[in-house]
Design a protein around this ligand. Structure first.
Ligand code: TZP
Ligand code: MG
Length: 209
């Protein structure tokens, strides 16, 4: 079933940033700190490794009743019965993915301008990611998105809008002001020594406003 999702603090995983620390323990700490959605993003794993990671992550997200989203891989999202899948502009087309996952799973699409955002909505995306808002070391070759563009997209679209890219405790206020439905972060949570405290810190910046 497609849940009614609280997108406010959306964690995207990256094992490189964890520098050997346990992924599953890190996910749990982040959830305990306030993360409301977890996306598993594995750019270098084999299919088997990705599947096993997703299956194990689902035990944790299920325990806290938090949606699990799989990056890039519709097949793995279906195989582990994740809540949904997140796709970029070079992945399977949104309409094709929707046909594969059905109407009860969440479809998220990465965008970086209004045209792509409207197309994603028309292609039945349940939410869009918009970024990168700030410079980031986590992903190479990002398209830069201004706060003005983010605001414009938010005002023109009626599905949840999630901002991503270089968002941290210092700049998050400028994102919250745009009234987006959530912020997605990697390094400002998983790159910190105390993951639960980092998550709490970011979460309080979102809910304070
Ligand atoms: N998509 C656009 S920017 C980005 C992704 C996956 C990386 C976000 O990572 P961080 O560490 O929060 O900047
Ligand atoms: Mg992708």
């Amino acid at each position: 079933m497609k849940m009614n999702v609280d997108f406010s603090l959306y964690l995207v995983t990256d094992r490189e940033i964890l520098k050997g620390r346990d992924l599953f323990n890190s996910i749990e700490q982040a959830i305990l700190g306030g993360v409301t959605v977890v996306q598993i993003r594995e750019k270098n794993a084999s299919s088997l490794e990705f599947y096993n990671i997703a299956k194990k992550a689902k035990l944790i997200t299920d325990k806290y009743n938090i949606p699990l989203i799989i990056n890039d891989r519709v097949d793995i999202a279906i195989a582990v019965d994740a809540s949904g899948v997140h796709l970029g502009q070079n992945d399977l087309p949104a309409k094709v993915a929707r046909n594969l996952i059905g109407k009860n799973k969440i479809l998220g699409i990465s965008t970086y301008n209004l045209e792509l955002a409207l197309k994603a909505r028309d292609d039945t995306a349940d939410y869009i990611g918009v970024g990168a808002l700030f410079s980031t070391n986590t992903k190479k070759n990002t398209n830069k998105v201004s706060i003005d563009t983010l605001s414009k997209i938010k005002s023109c679209i009626n599905i949840p809008v999630i901002a991503i890219g270089g968002i941290n405790e210092t700049n998050i206020g400028s994102i919250v002001k745009t009234n987006v439905d959530g912020v997605a972060v990697v390094s400002s949570i998983l790159g910190k020594e105390d993951i639960k405290a980092a998550s709490q810190n970011i979460y309080s910046s979102i809910t304070r406003n």
